[in-house]
Structures are given as C-alpha cells and as structure tokens.
Design a protein around this ligand. Structure first.
Ligand SMILES: [Fe+2]
Length: 445
C-alpha cells in the first residue's frame, strides 16, 4: 500500500498545484516577481536537544513553552526563574507528535508555566538541560506594543523582516496566517521553527492560520491543519473556543481576537457562536482596545486574492461593528494596505480600521498591482516587504506604523494615530444592544 501511495505522490502534488491555481481569483494581469531563496535551517545538535522553541500567551499570567526534540524520550520539563541560572520553578507539561504521509514529527512538547509576573524577564531551560533562554512577559498596563507580520515564510526576506522588527523592543508578536509555507513538505515546518526560534523564544508569538496551513492531501490526509495544530498550540481552551483555529486573549488593556478564515464562519457555525459570545464578554473598562486578526482580508484593493474574504465579511462584519472593534488586521495579500474606518463598504466612524499586512517575506514574492482608480476607502497601499507596529499608549490613543525592510526602523513609511472606539461617545450605545462603558460620562452622550 505504501509503495502504491508513494507512486501516486507526484500526481497528487500536481493536482494540488493545479487546484490552487484554478481556485485563485488573482487578476489575470497580476504576475509575481522572482522568488527569494528559501533559507533551510538544519538541526546539528543532539537528538535530545530542544529545538524550535517558541513561547505564547496561555491564559491569565501564564505562558506556554513549546519545543521539539528528535528524541522521543526527552522529558517535557521547563525550569524557570527570574535570575539567570537559578530556576525557582519546574513544570512538567504535555507532548504530542504526528505523522504526515511518510514523515514522522519529533516529540512536540507543550508546557504551560506560571503564574508569572507582568513586564518581567524570565530565564528558562527546556528538557532539563541545554542552553538557557529568556523571555519577557507583557506589561500589566499601557503602554503596550505589538509587532504585526503576516505571510512570513522562511526566505532571506523573512530574516530581514524579523531582524528589522526586533531591532526595537516590543511586547507581543501577532501573525495573521501563513507561517512556514511548508505546503505539505513537513521538514520545512521544522526548518521554519528553527529560523524563528531566536525571536519566538523571547516574546510571545500569537498566530492564526492561513491557507498555507491547511495541507490537505486527497485520500491520504483528508483533514487539514495537522502540522499547524500540533506545533502551534494557541490558548483556545483558555478562551472557551473548541478549536485551535480561533481564539482570543487579553494582554494589558487589549482584547485580541484571532479568527479562522479557513474553517466554518456562517451564522450556524461554532466559530460564529463563539465569536458572538466572546465579543459580548468583553469589558471595555478592562480592555478598552479590541483588535481582530484573520487571514483573507475583507477589504482589499490589490489585484491579488480579490473577493476571497467576502463571504466571511458578509457573515461576521456586523458582529465586529456592533462590538465597536477598533481594528482588523489581515494577511494573504503580499502587500501593505491601510483603509479608513469602514462598515459595509462605506466610511463609518464607528467601524474598524482595516489593515492588510501580508508582506512578511515569503517565497511567493509581492503582490505588485493594485486596482485603479483607487477606492476612497483605501488610504495607503504599497507592495514592499515590511512589518507593522501597534503601540497602545493608553486607554484612548494608539499609534500604528508600517516599516519597510529597506528603510531604517526609525522611519515609518505609513503611520496614523488611532482613537479607541471604547471612549467614542458618538458610537455608544448601538441600537440599545450594548451599554456604553462607564468611562464615558453621561453628559458626553
Ligand atoms: Fe495566504
């Protein structure tokens, strides 16, 4: 049977490539620039050595440490403390592994540690030996700074983007889908994990899935997200979600919602019901800022991927609008674009700001052409590799900036000040469905 399946593999890959082309709604005139080289990052260490280490937020005051060992007997232990070389706590966690066609993953360790103090550097070691690493927990209060990068991949551009983003401190890394571009070639997931470890082991990386995470192979691998779910476990249980494909978390004064563009989202779906409940549980006095990340953009004037987020927009836009979500970040389109506040294709001062930030640096290159004439909803658009930074200064003011890889990080190619809708008297209450936050005085209404 295995020989038979092996013989079928080239045919299956051809089918997959053909399918992805025929189903893309890219404009005919859109042509990708030459790809940059993939950086393959091999592992030269011991079988028991922790590799591909990354950390993520895992509920109030906790972090999850994830790493992989080739050794299936390596322990799932994290030792940590606030002084280098001195570990005051030790936690044993869980592990998993998966098979994908002929590929068998290493042992994937997930260890949730805490409670941890905010704004504190912790030193830690995975598996009871090996090198010491460190991460910094996010602050408990403002200011709070996010780095936002979509469609990252593992090329020379990826390295450039990550180095650029890390040249200035930040608290939490947000990735709205398309991580490794392994595209069923599983060793590339391992290579991606090694490439990003330098960054992802130091600050929490919070990700949601893109189309490149699906990795369905007809007959052989009928269920999607096998590698993604095993490797990038996000706090879905901690946020009352039933799926790793959508979840939320609080950090300082922000509520961040990660949605799934490639799982059901219609009003009868689990994701829809979860989103409805999650939005209604937000306390804007505690988290005045609410932002959403998803992969396929709802608003997009690039010629690439036109209309691919439209059915999700139609299903869920009203929920986000009524909840007065401040901003929605998407990837998928390999370019940068910033829109005004929008609801249902019209300028609306109570709608979210929409931003596409799919220019992290993957092997497919940039989406170079935009539709003309430009929509008045679109305020800035450019096809260059780069990253975004969202700095929330306090309950009401935030600064968004977009930085090209080819500029100094101190230079913002695009920037805008945002006011949180939580304190916008004109936007509350909405048809009597939601009480305004207490922070708005009655005489302002
Ligand atoms: Fe994508």
């Amino acid at each position: 049977m295995e020989k038979f399946l092996h013989a079928l593999l080239p045919f299956i890959f051809f089918l997959l490539r053909f399918t992805s082309r025929c189903c893309s709604s890219e404009h005919e005139t859109y042509s990708r620039p030459p790809a940059r080289n993939i950086i393959f990052s091999p592992h030269h260490g011991l079988q028991s050595a922790a590799q591909q280490v990354h950390v993520s937020l895992a509920g109030r005051d906790h972090m999850r440490v994830t790493w992989i060992t080739d050794d299936k007997h390596a322990p799932s232990i994290v030792e940590y403390g606030k002084q280098p070389g001195t570990y005051s706590a030790e936690v044993t966690g869980n592990h998993t592994s998966y098979r994908y066609f002929f590929y068998s993953s290493g042992k994937i360790h997930h260890v949730k540690i805490g409670p941890l103090e905010p704004g504190t550097v912790y030193y830690y070691r995975c598996g009871g030996s090996g090198p010491e690493l460190s991460f910094k927990t996010p602050p408990a209060t403002f200011p709070l700074e996010f780095v936002v990068i979509g469609d990252l991949g593992q090329t020379e551009w990826t390295n450039s983007t990550l180095t650029h983003a890390s040249s200035r401190d930040y608290d939490v890394f947000l990735l709205p889908g398309d991580l490794s571009y392994a595209d069923t070639n599983q060793p590339l997931w391992d290579s991606f994990g090694r490439l990003v470890e330098r960054h992802a082991s130091q600050r929490p990386w919070m990700v949601t899935e893109g189309n490149h995470e699906i990795e369905i192979l007809p007959i052989i691998q009928p269920h999607g997200f096998k590698a993604y779910n095993a490797r990038w476990l996000m706090p879905y249980e901690e946020s009352n979600s039933s799926s790793n494909l959508y979840y939320s978390f609080n950090v300082a004064g922000a509520h961040v919602i990660m949605l799934g563009s490639y799982t059901d989202f219609d009003e009868n779906s689990d994701q829809y019901r979860w989103l409805e409940a999650d939005l209604s549980s937000i306390d804007r006095k505690k988290t005045p800022w609410v932002i959403v990340l998803l992969h396929a953009p709802w608003y997009n004037t690039n010629n690439a991927h036109q209309g691919e987020g439209e059915s999700m927009r139609k299903a869920m836009e009203e929920l986000l609008y009524k909840a007065r979500v401040d901003a929605v970040f998407a990837g998928h389109v390999h370019a940068y674009e910033r829109f005004t506040r929008i609801y249902d294709n019209k300028v609306d001062p109570c709608g979210p700001v929409y931003i596409t930030i799919g220019d992290g640096g993957n092997r497919e290159g940039l989406a170079l052409t935009f539709k003309n004439p430009a929509s008045p909803l679109s305020l800035y658009r450019e096809a260059s590799f780069g990253h975004g930074r969202l700095r929330m200064l306090d309950e009401t003011r935030a600064h968004w900036s977009w930085h090209r890889n080819n500029d100094s990080n101190s230079f913002s190619a695009d920037e805008v000040w945002l006011d949180s809708l939580s304190t916008s008297a004109a936007c509350w209450p909405f048809e009597g469905e939601k009480e305004p936050p207490e922070s708005i005085a009655d005489d302002e209404l």
